[in-house]
Design a protein around this ligand. Sequence first.
Ligand code: AMP
Length: 399
Amino acid sequence: MSKQIVVFNAGSSSLKFALYDLGGDGEEALVRGAVESVGGVSRMTVTSAGRPSTETRLEAAFSPQMALTQVFAWMSKEGLGADLVGAGHRVVHGGREFIEPVLVDASVLAKLATYNPMAPSHQPHNLAAIAAMARLYPKLPQIACFDTAFHAAKPRLASIFALPRALTEAGIQRYGFHGLSYDYIASVLPRHLGERADGRVVVAHLGHGASMCAMRGRRSVTTTMGFSALDGLMMGARSGAIDPGVLLYLLQEKGMSAAQLSTLLYEQSGLLGVSGESDDMRTLLASSSAAAENAIGLFVYRITSELGALAATLGGLDALVFTAGIGENSAEIRARVCEGARWLGAEIDSGANARGESVISASGSKVALLALHTNEEAVIATACRKMLGGEVHGAGSHR
Ligand code: AMP
C-alpha cells in the first residue's frame, strides 16, 4: 500500500477532508468528503474517484474529535489511510510569523491561537482539528498551511493602515486571506492564459466568505481583506468594509457590547442581513423578494467597485478570474459583475458563461474572463508532499 497524506479544512460545523498519495503529483484526491452538521443533524458525505457520492447520517453531535473519528473509521473500513505519513491543515491566520507551511507542535499551536481574535469564525476551528488529531494520532506529523501566506510579500503600502506607526509595528496591519485558493488559481493560470498569466490579473474568490486579489507575476499585489476576514467585499453573513464610525456609534451610543458587535459583523450582516432571508446565494437568486434582489445588487456593486480599485492599483486589467462557490457556479452573478467591468474592456460570451466554460470572454474582449474551480486541498497536499519527502510538483508550488 502506498504512503498517503490526509488534508483537513475545519470549520465551525464542518470538517472537509481529502486523501492523497504521498508519491503522486496530481491535484486529484483519492477520496474527498466532509462531516458536517446541517440543522443540528450530523452527516458524512464521501466522493471517491470514479464512484458515486455516498451520504451517511451520524447519530453523534458534531465536534472536531467526532468528525475525525468518523473519517478514520470510514477510511479503515475502506482499507484506506493504513500507511498515513502526515496530515495537512488549512489554517486561516499565520500572522507575520508563519508564512511557509510549518510542522505543528504544542508551541506552534499556542502561537497560532493568539490569532484567534483576528479570525474568530475560522482560526479556533482550524486549530481544534489539529489538537484533536494530535490526541488521536500523537506521532503523526501535522502541517499547517496558511491563508495569509500568499499575501505576505505584497508591497508595504498595501499592507499598512493609516494608524500610528507603533500599532503597525505591533502587527495591526493588512494581512489578506483566501491565500490557498489564490495560490491554486495562480498555479493553474498559465494553462488558461499562457504568458498573460503573469500580467495584471484580478481573482474574485466568491464563496460564503469572499475577497478579491490583484496579482502581477502571479503574486499578490493587494487584496480586499485586511487585518481580519471581515474587511472588503460583502459576504454571506459578514459585513465587509464598513465606515469605522458606525462601529463607534453602535458601541458608544447604542450600548452594544463588543461581543454583540462581533456577532453582528460576522454572523448577521452581508447577504443575510440585507435580505433578511438567507446567507446563501442560491436561495436569494431563487427568491422573488425585493430584499433578496437588494442584497444581490449590493453584493455585485461592492465587487465592481473593488474591481475598479484593484485595476487602478495594477494600472489596468488583463484578466478577471471567478472562483469559489458563487464564482464557479453562478452564471448570473458572473454576468452582472462583467457588465460592471465593461468600462475596463471586459466583454462576456453569454453562451460560454451559461455553459459554465472556463473561458467566458468574447473573442474581442480586451480582458480575459475566466471561471475556474479552486482546489485549496491540492495546495496543502503539495506542501505536505514537499515537507514529507514526496513529489515536489503540483498545485500551488510556484511561489
Ligand atoms: P463556498 O463557500 O465556496 O462553498 O460557496 C458557498 C456559496 O456558493 C453559497 O452562497 C452558495 O449559495 C453559492 N453557490 C453554490 N452553488 C451555486 C449556484 N449554482 N448558484 C449560485 N450560488 C451558488
